[in-house]
Ligand binder design. Sequence first.
Ligand SMILES: [Zn+2]
Length: 426
Amino acid sequence: MTDRSARRSFLPERADQVTVRRTNVAVTLRSLRDAGPRSRARLAEDTGLNKTTISSVIAELAERGLVATRGVHRAGAAGRPGVVVEVDGRHVYGIGIELNVDYIAVLALDLRGSVLFERRLPIDVPRLGPGRTLDEITTMVNEAIGVADRQGGTDPVGITVAIPGLVETNPGVLIFAPNLGWRDFRLVSELSRRLGNPSYRIRMDNDANLSAIGEWAFGVAAGTADLVYLTGEVGVGAGVVVDGQLLRGAEGFGGEVGHMPLEPGGQVCGCGRRGCWETMVGLGALLRLAASPRDDVRDPSLDLEERLKEIVRRAEANDSRTLSALEQIGAGLGVGASILINLFNPKVLVLGGYFARVGPYILEPMVAELQSRVIAPGMGGCRVELSQLGFTAAVRGGAQVALEPVLDDPTTVRPPRRKGASGGVA
Ligand SMILES: [Zn+2]
């Protein structure tokens, strides 16, 4: 082999080594995030990398502030404590945004899963329109970046916006959000322009999809391979996880369960049709059934959590109109959910949003309907759970998705600004 040919083959090989190295770093970080802190030896075993490689990979991750080590004493073991490696990355964070009918919410989450910033603003989004709503969102995002910055954060690594409607995920176009009355809006580029065209990625997804991801990562059914998450807002959508994968459909428009026609000749829906499931069980239906038009609980400028607390308070006081409204919602929920359970046979059906807030009053009539309508015995092994993430499931899922680029390639992360921000390497 001549010198020249040796050199020629050397270049691609170097490129391959870089790729292999990057992959090893990514695999190790993801393994730590998904399966928790472990010793280097255990980590080598789980990732299939040898101990020397693991040590150098951990050193690189530690230098970038993405992992830290700590000593642990094993019960009954004498001598030096063992050392485990864990995810750090407190300077690295993603931002989730949710825009819904009567609020916008922003949440910043660091790589450890700690919330750095969280805020929800009650506003009448359909009345405000796209431009002014994005102005409000921009102010909140800048506030989040300021707060994260004071906690040692660098720039966000990404932003994900949750929308109650159909989203063309790639070009970032909102196709149709029936309950907002928005159509064909270039949301991602408009938001990017307002934020000064940042280098990090801004993307957008359906709120039910992102909520399912949030629930899958942090919620009552975390890690469940087959789960259906139902959003409980003015609109109702489903995030369907099958075999650990989010089900999106051919064009990404799957999960629009709120528009299943379940009540012929029923109420007019935001989509223009009549009798869609969400006209029976969405937040609008509950408010219409439980309160007169001038009642404060129907005022969208008041905080939704407060309005729901008032409804629960009335239910606790045995107010008959409230109780019958909640029973009707529960039964309607069971009718539609039985279709989803018959279709997907999930292990868990998670009720999100307002459903979770009024859960104790809707579960009984809902489960009664499910038991009579689900064809598989014992509801096919499905249990119904109330989300504990409340109205934060979508923003949490969004922030989680925004962090993905770091898990795909941790070598893009710059080391933290402050020394000692990570636990260092023992
Ligand atoms: Zn509809």
